[in-house]
Design a protein around this ligand. Structure first.
Ligand code: ZN
Length: 69
């Protein structure tokens, strides 16, 4: 992956399966990263153990930052 590819991939949305595992946006494989329904990730470098790629992903950031009382 070139640096240009990395920039283009910044903020890619990723899927989370029913068990909470974040899926690789490149190959769709399960990564070792988990997320909760209220997890918010912005520009997180997600590493995939299957395709050995690091993709910058965003998760749950639409609607702005999560505010907790
Ligand atoms: Zn992958």
């Amino acid at each position: 992956m070139t640096s240009a590819d990395r920039l283009r991939a910044a903020g890619v949305r990723c899927a989370v399966d029913a068990q909470g595992w974040v899926r690789c946006p490149v190959c769709g494989c399960k990564t070792r990263t988990k997320a909760r329904p209220d997890t918010v990730l912005a520009n997180f470098p997600l590493f995939c153990p299957k395709c050995h790629r690091e993709t910058v992903v965003s998760l749950g950031t639409e609607g702005g930052p999560t505010v907790r009382p």
